[in-house]
Design a protein around this ligand. Structure first.
Ligand code: FES
Length: 169
Protein backbone atom coordinates (compact mmCIF):
# COMPACT_ATOMS: atom_id res chain seq x y z
CA UNK A 1 0.00 0.00 0.00
CA UNK A 2 1.27 3.49 -0.83
CA UNK A 3 0.07 6.77 0.52
CA UNK A 4 0.04 9.39 -2.21
CA UNK A 5 0.62 13.08 -1.70
CA UNK A 6 -3.03 13.96 -1.14
CA UNK A 7 -3.35 11.26 1.49
CA UNK A 8 -5.30 8.90 -0.76
CA UNK A 9 -4.37 5.26 -0.70
CA UNK A 10 -2.95 3.49 -3.73
CA UNK A 11 -3.13 -0.28 -3.77
CA UNK A 12 -2.13 -2.81 -6.35
CA UNK A 13 -4.56 -4.84 -8.32
CA UNK A 14 -3.62 -8.48 -7.63
CA UNK A 15 -3.44 -9.49 -11.30
CA UNK A 16 -1.46 -7.15 -13.43
CA UNK A 17 -0.09 -5.23 -10.47
CA UNK A 18 -1.97 -2.23 -11.84
CA UNK A 19 -2.77 0.32 -9.18
CA UNK A 20 -6.40 0.29 -8.09
CA UNK A 21 -7.93 3.64 -8.87
CA UNK A 22 -9.23 4.44 -5.42
CA UNK A 23 -10.42 7.86 -6.59
CA UNK A 24 -13.47 6.06 -8.04
CA UNK A 25 -14.70 5.93 -4.47
CA UNK A 26 -14.79 9.70 -4.06
CA UNK A 27 -18.01 10.36 -5.95
CA UNK A 28 -19.63 7.22 -4.52
CA UNK A 29 -18.92 8.27 -0.96
CA UNK A 30 -19.89 11.90 -1.66
CA UNK A 31 -23.30 10.72 -2.83
CA UNK A 32 -23.97 9.00 0.48
CA UNK A 33 -22.12 11.12 3.02
CA UNK A 34 -24.22 12.08 6.03
CA UNK A 35 -27.12 9.83 5.07
CA UNK A 36 -28.16 7.00 7.38
CA UNK A 37 -28.54 3.38 6.35
CA UNK A 38 -26.39 3.63 3.24
CA UNK A 39 -23.84 0.93 3.84
CA UNK A 40 -25.38 -1.63 1.46
CA UNK A 41 -25.75 0.85 -1.43
CA UNK A 42 -22.17 2.04 -0.90
CA UNK A 43 -20.88 -1.52 -1.09
CA UNK A 44 -23.03 -2.21 -4.16
CA UNK A 45 -21.71 0.86 -5.98
CA UNK A 46 -18.13 0.06 -4.96
CA UNK A 47 -18.53 -3.50 -6.23
CA UNK A 48 -19.99 -2.20 -9.51
CA UNK A 49 -16.96 0.06 -9.87
CA UNK A 50 -14.28 -2.54 -9.10
CA UNK A 51 -16.02 -5.83 -9.91
CA UNK A 52 -15.50 -6.98 -6.32
CA UNK A 53 -14.64 -5.48 -2.96
CA UNK A 54 -10.86 -5.37 -2.62
CA UNK A 55 -9.42 -5.05 0.86
CA UNK A 56 -8.07 -1.57 0.16
CA UNK A 57 -11.46 -0.38 -1.06
CA UNK A 58 -13.07 -1.53 2.18
CA UNK A 59 -10.30 0.16 4.13
CA UNK A 60 -10.88 3.50 2.39
CA UNK A 61 -14.66 3.24 2.89
CA UNK A 62 -14.02 2.52 6.56
CA UNK A 63 -11.67 5.50 6.94
CA UNK A 64 -13.74 8.02 5.01
CA UNK A 65 -17.17 7.02 6.29
CA UNK A 66 -16.00 6.29 9.85
CA UNK A 67 -17.41 2.78 9.74
CA UNK A 68 -15.41 0.12 11.60
CA UNK A 69 -13.63 -2.15 9.13
CA UNK A 70 -14.80 -5.30 10.90
CA UNK A 71 -18.41 -4.13 10.47
CA UNK A 72 -17.82 -3.67 6.73
CA UNK A 73 -16.38 -7.18 6.50
CA UNK A 74 -19.31 -8.53 8.51
CA UNK A 75 -21.82 -7.05 6.06
CA UNK A 76 -19.79 -7.94 2.94
CA UNK A 77 -19.46 -11.57 4.01
CA UNK A 78 -23.07 -11.90 5.20
CA UNK A 79 -24.72 -11.02 1.89
CA UNK A 80 -24.17 -13.40 -1.01
CA UNK A 81 -24.28 -10.51 -3.49
CA UNK A 82 -20.90 -9.23 -2.32
CA UNK A 83 -17.57 -10.66 -3.47
CA UNK A 84 -14.29 -10.21 -1.68
CA UNK A 85 -12.33 -12.00 -4.38
CA UNK A 86 -11.92 -10.92 -7.94
CA UNK A 87 -13.84 -13.01 -10.45
CA UNK A 88 -12.68 -14.15 -13.84
CA UNK A 89 -13.87 -12.39 -16.99
CA UNK A 90 -16.20 -15.33 -17.64
CA UNK A 91 -18.42 -16.70 -14.93
CA UNK A 92 -19.34 -20.37 -15.42
CA UNK A 93 -22.19 -21.57 -13.25
CA UNK A 94 -22.92 -25.27 -13.61
CA UNK A 95 -25.97 -26.74 -12.00
CA UNK A 96 -25.42 -29.88 -9.97
CA UNK A 97 -28.91 -30.04 -8.51
CA UNK A 98 -30.73 -33.36 -8.52
CA UNK A 99 -32.17 -33.23 -12.06
CA UNK A 100 -28.88 -32.04 -13.58
CA UNK A 101 -26.81 -34.42 -11.48
CA UNK A 102 -28.68 -37.52 -12.59
CA UNK A 103 -28.27 -36.37 -16.20
CA UNK A 104 -24.52 -36.14 -15.92
CA UNK A 105 -23.57 -32.61 -14.81
CA UNK A 106 -20.68 -34.16 -12.87
CA UNK A 107 -19.00 -35.07 -16.15
CA UNK A 108 -19.10 -31.46 -17.33
CA UNK A 109 -17.66 -30.29 -13.99
CA UNK A 110 -14.84 -32.82 -14.28
CA UNK A 111 -14.18 -31.81 -17.89
CA UNK A 112 -13.81 -28.16 -16.86
CA UNK A 113 -11.57 -29.05 -13.95
CA UNK A 114 -9.35 -31.01 -16.32
CA UNK A 115 -9.28 -28.66 -19.30
CA UNK A 116 -9.29 -25.28 -17.54
CA UNK A 117 -7.49 -26.49 -14.42
CA UNK A 118 -9.84 -24.85 -11.96
CA UNK A 119 -11.88 -26.40 -9.20
CA UNK A 120 -15.39 -25.31 -8.21
CA UNK A 121 -15.24 -21.98 -6.43
CA UNK A 122 -11.92 -21.08 -8.03
CA UNK A 123 -10.78 -18.51 -10.55
CA UNK A 124 -8.10 -19.29 -13.10
CA UNK A 125 -4.75 -17.66 -12.46
CA UNK A 126 -5.13 -15.51 -15.59
CA UNK A 127 -8.58 -14.34 -14.40
CA UNK A 128 -10.19 -15.71 -17.52
CA UNK A 129 -12.70 -18.03 -15.81
CA UNK A 130 -14.46 -18.47 -12.50
CA UNK A 131 -16.26 -21.75 -11.88
CA UNK A 132 -19.22 -21.94 -9.53
CA UNK A 133 -21.50 -24.87 -8.78
CA UNK A 134 -25.15 -24.07 -8.12
CA UNK A 135 -27.97 -26.32 -7.01
CA UNK A 136 -30.91 -25.68 -9.34
CA UNK A 137 -31.24 -22.87 -11.81
CA UNK A 138 -34.98 -23.37 -12.04
CA UNK A 139 -34.70 -24.96 -15.49
CA UNK A 140 -34.76 -28.64 -14.56
CA UNK A 141 -36.60 -29.52 -17.78
CA UNK A 142 -33.51 -28.39 -19.72
CA UNK A 143 -31.04 -30.32 -17.61
CA UNK A 144 -28.17 -30.58 -17.46
CA UNK A 145 -27.83 -26.81 -17.50
CA UNK A 146 -25.06 -24.27 -17.15
CA UNK A 147 -25.07 -20.49 -17.38
CA UNK A 148 -21.99 -18.86 -18.83
CA UNK A 149 -21.96 -15.07 -18.67
CA UNK A 150 -25.77 -14.99 -18.45
CA UNK A 151 -26.19 -17.27 -21.47
CA UNK A 152 -28.04 -20.49 -20.71
CA UNK A 153 -26.59 -23.74 -22.05
CA UNK A 154 -29.22 -26.48 -21.97
CA UNK A 155 -28.76 -30.20 -22.53
CA UNK A 156 -25.10 -29.76 -21.74
CA UNK A 157 -22.38 -32.16 -22.76
CA UNK A 158 -18.82 -31.90 -21.45
CA UNK A 159 -17.52 -31.51 -25.00
CA UNK A 160 -19.91 -28.74 -26.02
CA UNK A 161 -19.26 -26.80 -22.85
CA UNK A 162 -15.48 -27.03 -23.00
CA UNK A 163 -15.52 -26.11 -26.70
CA UNK A 164 -17.60 -23.03 -25.96
CA UNK A 165 -15.39 -21.99 -23.05
CA UNK A 166 -12.20 -22.34 -25.00
CA UNK A 167 -13.50 -19.83 -27.54
CA UNK A 168 -13.98 -17.13 -24.92
CA UNK A 169 -11.17 -14.63 -24.51
S1 FES B 1 -31.54 -29.17 -10.95
FE1 FES B 1 -30.44 -28.13 -12.49
S2 FES B 1 -31.87 -26.66 -13.19
FE2 FES B 1 -32.90 -27.64 -11.59
Amino acid sequence: MNLSGDGSVDALDPVGQQPLDLSLLDSILDDFRGRPGVLIPILQRAQDAYGYLPREVLRVISQKMLIPLNHLYGVATFYAQFRLQRRGRHLIRICDGTACHVRGSGKSIEAIERSLRIAPGETSTDYRYTLEIVYCLGSCGLSPVAVVDDRVHAGLTPESLVQHLEKLE
